[in-house]
Write a protein that binds this ligand. Structure first.
Ligand code: ATP
Length: 578
């Protein structure tokens, strides 16, 4: 037989046409197994030149077959003895697993990082530096470009990621593997047959997340920057230190009433089910800017242990479908917050609200046009496609712009009005800024004239409070401050801004309030007169009159002579008289 026949026999590929060889029964079976070929090959190998070539060929075939067999075994093993789960960025479970991986120090085996300046949104960051001052500045985000194995409770777990590294600038996928089209996902594979191990891992991750975030309020924001990647809506997470409810200064009973109502709602789910009433509760906080609406909601969420899902209808990327998806992806007992809810009411957006003395900002609809329609908004509030058990909060500076359909009970169950600071609020705010405990020298004021200054430190901070001579007790100073600020004229945020400028000088703050009020009033008057001028100029432009007092069509031929129009309309603008 020829050499080509033997080679053909050895290297044949299943399914490939074979060179026909004479069949020799009973060696037929051995022949079909390739044993006769093998024997012949051995025989050939004894010939020096041909033999070594065939040996090489044979060796290569064996190695390749072994490799394929190994791959096949790994694949089968992987399919049968592992469970893979995907965590998508934007889902709360993604946050749990990110923290879990960071705590498990999986990054230690990473050899590729993205270095970036530290910021509050980074989730995968590792601050690997021995010097604490350096640590604070830069962070190293593992790319997890290659899958990594780690041990958890005796199980082998593998992590892969797809898409950009969380917290890094959007760009090409860092893991250009089979999942590269799915931005911002983490794949966890556990090598076990037991599904319970997977749920145990996820639960472990969730508990760690709750523990770490105990001192914080977690706020999920819908961020247009990331919108589109995998259709996620809640893509940005912020952690704010919990603010005590007592730090919200409102008329007596206001905060307590919201808190009690919300607590009752959360604890009476069965009652809602039995009564056939959807288990949700809506609150509307309305009033001028800087009066504490958002702060109240954050403080409540902290006290009730709820995560906030917040979006503003003034964001131009929010439309009905986005709103629907965002609402339906909020987990049970999440607090859904819509800021600037008046923005959904474009019907009345063109009304002129710049009345003299109206210090509110332009309506949300004017600041950023929302594509959300009233019916889209009502559907979301009614809970179409969303989990029940949600607290819904909305804020607005313009309650009069809201449609009656929105305000009906069942959608908005509780309306809370916020106002500009009262004397009582000014007094309380002053005491919050200057607690007697931090200013002990004011406790027994007035002091003798020969009182000398000393320097003390409180909680590691050096105060120069003693530089100010305590002539009055703190509570007396608070009363002086409250008397110096006219009630209902300034927001709490404005008073806070003034007091911040006197952090360590309570007496100066208290006695300086009246002159600050005068300065503020002057500035407001100036702002108002500038606004008035702008309004007059706009009216002129509308009427087709230029700066010379002559109609445009008379001076430069632009525009057209007013025909059939009220001839007094220009005069009504208060500028022309001809
Ligand atoms: N009633 C208040 N009690 C305590 N702090 C307040 C109060 N009102 C305002 N502040 C302070 O003023 C700042 C702005 O408050 P906040 O954002 O809650 O106001 P807002 O009413 O939500 O304003 P906007 O309508 O512009 O959203 C915060 O730093 C907050 O601490």
């Amino acid at each position: 037989m020829s050499l080509s026949y033997y080679l053909n026999k050895i290297l044949r590929v299943p399914g490939e046409a074979q060179v026909k060889a004479p069949v020799q029964a009973p060696g037929h079976v051995a022949s079909s197994l390739g044993l006769s070929s093998f024997g012949a090959a051995i025989h050939l190998m004894s010939n020096s030149y041909v033999g070594s070539s065939v040996k090489l060929l044979l060796l290569g075939s064996i190695v390749e077959t072994g490799r394929r067999l190994f791959r096949w075994l790994i694949d089968r093993f992987g399919i049968q003895y592992s469970t893979t789960v995907r965590f998508t960025q934007g889902d709360p479970a993604y946050e749990w697993i990110v923290l879990f991986l960071t705590q498990e120090n999986v990054w230690r085996r990473s050899r590729e990082f993205v270095c970036s300046a530290r910021n509050s949104q980074r989730k995968w960051a590792v601050r690997a530096a021995s010097d604490a001052t350096i640590k604070a500045n830069a962070e190293y985000v593992p790319t997890y470009k290659k899958p990594q194995l780690f041990r958890w409770r005796g199980y082998w777990v593998e992590i892969k990621r797809a898409g950009a590294v969380a917290g890094s600038a959007p760009g090409p996928a860092y893991y250009p593997g089979p999942y590269s089209d799915e931005a911002g996902s983490i794949y966890i594979t556990i090598y076990t047959l037991d599904m319970n191990v997977l749920s145990d891992l996820v639960e472990d991750a969730r508990l760690r997340y709750l523990e770490v975030n105990r001192p914080n309020v977690v706020i999920h924001l819908a961020d247009a920057h990331h919108f589109g990647a995998g259709g996620q809506t809640w893509t940005t997470v912020k952690h704010k230190i919990r603010r005590p409810l007592s730090s919200i200064i409102l008329p007596d009973g206001v905060v307590d009433s919201i808190m009690t109502d919300a607590q009752e709602f959360l604890s009476t789910e069965n009652w809602y089910i039995e009564a056939g009433i959807p288990h949700r509760r809506g609150y509307l906080l309305h009033g001028p800017p800087g009066s504490g609406k958002t702060s109240t909601i954050y403080a409540l969420a902290g006290a009730l242990n709820l995560e906030i899902y917040s979006l503003s209808l003034a964001s131009n990327f929010v439309d009905d479908s986005f709103l629907q998806r965002a609402a339906s992806s909020i987990p049970k007992h999440g607090l859904f917050l819509i800021e600037d809810i008046d923005c959904a009411f474009s019907a009345r957006e063109d009304e002129d609200t710049d009345d003299e003395g109206d210090r509110r900002p332009p309506p949300a609809a004017k600041r950023g046009r929302s594509s959300v329609t009233l019916s889209g908004l009502l559907n979301v509030i009614d809970g179409v496609g969303s989990e029940e058990g949600k607290l819904f909060f909305a804020t607005t500076n313009y309650i009069d712009r809201l449609d009656a359909a929105l305000l009906r009970p069942g959608r908005i169950d509780h309306k809370i009005e916020y106002g500009l600071a009262t004397a009582q609020q000014a007094h309380a705010l002053f005491l919050q800024f200057f607690p007697a405990a931090r200013f002990p020298q004011f406790a027994c004021a007035p002091l003798p004239a020969d009182w000398t200054t000393t320097t003390t430190t409180t909680a590691g901070m050096q105060h120069d409070t003693q530089k100010e001579k305590p002539t009055m007790r703190i509570d007396a100073l608070a009363a002086t401050f409250a008397a110096g600020v006219p009630p209902g004229e300034f927001s709490t945020a404005e008073l806070q801004g003034f007091l911040q400028g006197h952090k360590t000088r309570p007496a100066e703050a208290a006695h300086g309030a009246p002159s600050w009020v005068e300065v503020e009033r002057t500035e407001r008057r100036e702002r108002e007169s500038r606004k008035e001028e702008r309004r007059a100029r706009a009216a002129l432009r509308k009427a087709g009159v230029n700066g010379s007092g002559m109609p445009n069509w008379m001076v430069n031929g632009t525009g057209s002579a007013p025909t059939g129009r009220d001839p007094t309309s220009v005069q009504k603008a208060g500028v022309l008289s001809f």
